[in-house]
Design a protein around this ligand. Sequence first.
Ligand SMILES: Cc1cc2nc3c(=O)[nH]c(=O)nc-3n(C[C@H](O)[C@H](O)[C@H](O)COP(=O)(O)O)c2cc1C
Length: 348
Amino acid sequence: MSKIFQPLTLRGVTLKNRIVMAPMLMYAGQDDGQVNDLHLAHYAARALGGVGLITSEVVAVQPQGRISHTDLGLWHDQQIEGLARLAQLIHTCGAKCTLQLAHAGRKSMVEGDIFAPSAIPHSAQQRTPVALDLTQIEGIIQAFADAAQRAIDTGFDCLEIHAAHGYLIHEFLSPLSNTREDRYGGCEENRNRLLLEIVAAVRQVWPQDRPLIVRLSAEDKAGAGSNHIEVTARLAASLKALGVDLLGISAGGLAPTFDGAIVPGYQVPYAAQIRNEVGIPVGCNGSITSSELVESILFSESADLVYIGRELLRNPFWLLGVARNAGVEPALAIPTYARATGPYERGH
Ligand SMILES: Cc1cc2nc3c(=O)[nH]c(=O)nc-3n(C[C@H](O)[C@H](O)[C@H](O)COP(=O)(O)O)c2cc1C
């Protein structure tokens, strides 16, 4: 009996199984933020491999919000067409898809000024960011809403807001990177404000039948003064109240080093705690490569979905091996692939 191959419905979207391809930036684009053939081939391969949901890599809402000049973007109408082609291709290959919207904040490596809540660099090697003023913050909230509006026309099934891993929104959430003294800094309520305002603005334009996901770092893991799980659980409850359908629970990224052990499933307890305390569906991730671990996460109701990252870079067809071991015939866009999951039948 496998839980991996059981469907899950979020709003109007039904996933055929519980495996999600984690968002992973491929640095494969050009300066125009547009989808190219490499993106199409990369995502199509993982969709053919049978995962239920593919998450795109970061898609920047502003040019200065890119991690690098090779990122995808959705700050301009011209960027809709390529993403629409990508969503259509993923659907043809049998998976649903999530578009991950982000602003890189002080971790941006693009030329020119970079921006953050406060003028504190990510590390000694990186540039000092410009502290955003209130008009610029308003502009960023609007940029997320505008990108969400464009995302409707791309045909992506779900939208994800990247609020983890030390990028702009996470920089606002943490007291280590946010030392502002206005309504976006100081107390927990003020530090959470940017994310909550972005989610409210996005939920207003994003269709009611399409799920909204937020990715969070449950803990900063950046040493003394870090945000802890208790703070994130309270934030999760506020996100649920705003109509967020699933939280992707990760950790760290605020500092160059991770203050903790990295072992298979090391972030699962955070996901389980938020799921149980807040009563919201969660996805978990982090060095998960074995189907036994995935089954145990699902059976123990620690998470509803399991995000797999680097294992799917190594092996886009990882799930076919899992199906074979579980004796399950997975739903595949090319049914002939199932011949690789059952006993070898001679004939050709
Ligand atoms: C090459 C690479 C690029 C990544 N890019 C993103 C990204 O665009 N957005 C994001 O939220 N996480 C990103 N991540 C983090 C992954 O989604 C995931 O959390 C991390 O790889 C841990 O999961 P894993 O052990 O299954 O690989 C990236 C990771 C890798 C290895």
